[in-house]
Design a binder for this molecule. Structure first.
Ligand SMILES: [Zn+2]
Ligand SMILES: [Zn+2]
Ligand SMILES: [Zn+2]
Length: 472
């Protein structure tokens, strides 16, 4: 008869690892460490130290080293925006985006609150049609004759896939950011023309600030939601000239959306014009809404939601698909790439667990990526985004504060807290010296378990808060 397994071997890896942590003697410390990164799903692990030195004597006033952490390493949040990758970091990203958009609408975080009196509009720009898709019209069935359920997987997929213009759809996504830039140029021109100014004169009187987020529609095409604001020549601190009203801005938006176009001239796919679709929505944002009016608070909420929803809703893939060895080319000089068998695919695309429609968009990226005339679009790299290679959330320089500024503020606050705990004065003239090296990412099995519990507690607290309980 086989001897009984060693005591630890009777348990799964997570329990064995928990026993190991317990033997370290500071399981609460381990838990606190994970709670400090809010249960981040995939934290970065570092070892090293930071020392605060007295500038006069060079004496170390305070040393923080990873040896002080119960597991001997420091954890840093991954900062991923996607909820599928890290629920807690994506929540923080949404909160930061909300504050950023809100500051640009109502003031705060270095933006004066007089921006509330500047003309502001909320705008949605969409892609044109590349063929009929299954959808849910309000009062009648879909063109296929069915009434689709709101969660039906066929929504947004072509009624007739063989004639759907996949090439047009992918090329549109790939040029969406450039089309936005073109739109902004036309917008400045249109505002200048309405006010009877030259473009150069416009800059000495007025600025157009914006914050925009990209969102995928069910059909896998990106569209933009944006806040536009008219400022004086110095940005948010100065009001625009009185004739520049919200009505002027709305009129100019319509004109610019109509005029903005990019022309592609390709031997393989012919001449194509990239434009916005006919569905344009533009509305004034008011400070205090009555009934149907759009308030700045509501807008900041929408924008933050769209920013984190990002790519996930449409069934795009949350990681790049090209072969990392050959970066999608399938070759190394003249020899085919061994790991991908010369296909350039990281995993065979036919194994991609997604809707046929999404796979077809990805395949189209792959095919167009082979054409030298589209090399600049780097379609292999962005195939998982169905060709879109822009940022999900962008702002003009003068809109409000930045995500980096918000993170710096948070870091400074944490440092101050740490120093207060240690009875040190806040370092204003002190020198810091540090050396950190990268160990890896993620958790051990037991830490993973602890992180899951922490995330669960956070989401319960949040739910409680939304249901009217006091803030957690
Ligand atoms: Zn994270
Ligand atoms: Zn249908
Ligand atoms: Zn390869």
């Amino acid at each position: 008869m086989a001897p009984p397994p060693a005591r630890d071997q009777r348990h799964g890896p997570a329990v064995r690892d928990l026993l190991r942590l317990a033997r370290l003697g500071d399981i609460d410390g381990v838990r606190d460490q994970i709670a400090r990164v809010s249960g981040c799903a995939n934290p970065v692990q570092l070892t090293g130290y930071s020392a605060t030195l007295d500038p006069a004597t060079g004496e170390a006033l305070h040393v923080f080293t990873s040896d002080d952490e119960p597991t001997g390493r420091l954890l840093i949040p991954c900062g991923n925006r996607r909820a599928s990758r890290c629920p807690s970091c994506s929540r923080l990203y949404a909160a930061d985006t909300y504050h950023l958009i809100r500051a640009g609408l109502t003031g705060g975080k270095t933006v004066p609150d007089t921006v509330r009196d500047h003309p502001r509009v909320f705008l949605t720009l969409t892609a044109p049609s590349f063929g009929p898709v299954h959808h849910r019209p309000t009062n009648r069935p879909c063109r296929c004759g069915q009434h689709h359920h709101p969660d039906a997987p066929e929504l947004g997929t072509p009624l007739h896939p063989p004639t759907y213009d996949y090439t047009g759809a992918v090329l549109w996504n790939a040029h969406a950011s450039a089309l936005w830039a073109r739109f902004m140029t036309h917008l400045r021109r249109a505002v200048a023309a309405t006010l009877g100014l030259s473009q150069r004169a416009l800059r000495t009187h007025l600025r157009i600030s914006f914050a925009k987020v990209a969102e995928y529609q069910k059909r896998g095409l990106v569209h933009f939601h944006a806040v536009l604001r008219l400022d004086g020549p110095d940005g948010s601190a100065t009001p625009p000239p009185p004739p520049a009203t919200a009505a002027v801005l709305i009129h100019a938006v319509r004109e610019a959306a109509d005029r903005a176009a990019l022309t592609l001239d390709s031997h393989a796919v012919g001449e194509r014009t990239i434009r916005w679709g006919p569905q344009l929505d533009v509305r004034e944002i008011t400070a205090f809404g009555h009934r149907t009016e759009l308030t700045d608070r509501a807008v900041a909420g929408y924008v933050a939601k769209y920013a984190t929803k990002g790519a996930e809703a449409s069934g795009t893939v949350d990681h790049p698909l090209y072969c990392p060895t050959c970066r999608g080319t399938g070759t190394h000089g003249t020899t085919p790439c061994r790991p991908c068998d010369g296909t350039g695919e990281g995993i065979p695309l036919r194994h991609l667990a997604s809707r046929t429609h999404t796979r077809q968009m990805v395949r189209t990226c792959w095919e167009l990526g082979r054409l030298t005339e589209f090399t600049d679009l780097r379609l292999w790299k962005w195939a998982h985004m169905l060709g879109f290679r822009g940022h999900f959330s962008t702002r003009s320089r003068r809109y409000s504060t930045t995500l980096t500024a918000l993170r710096d503020t948070r870091r400074a606050w944490r440092t101050t807290q740490a120093h207060t705990r240690l009875n040190h004065p806040t370092p204003t003239t002190l020198i810091t010296e540090s050396s950190w090296s990268y160990l890896g990412t993620g958790y051990t099995p037991a830490e993973h378990l602890l992180a899951t519990t922490i995330r669960h507690e956070h989401s319960l607290a949040l739910q409680f808060h939304h249901e009217g309980g006091p803030a957690a």
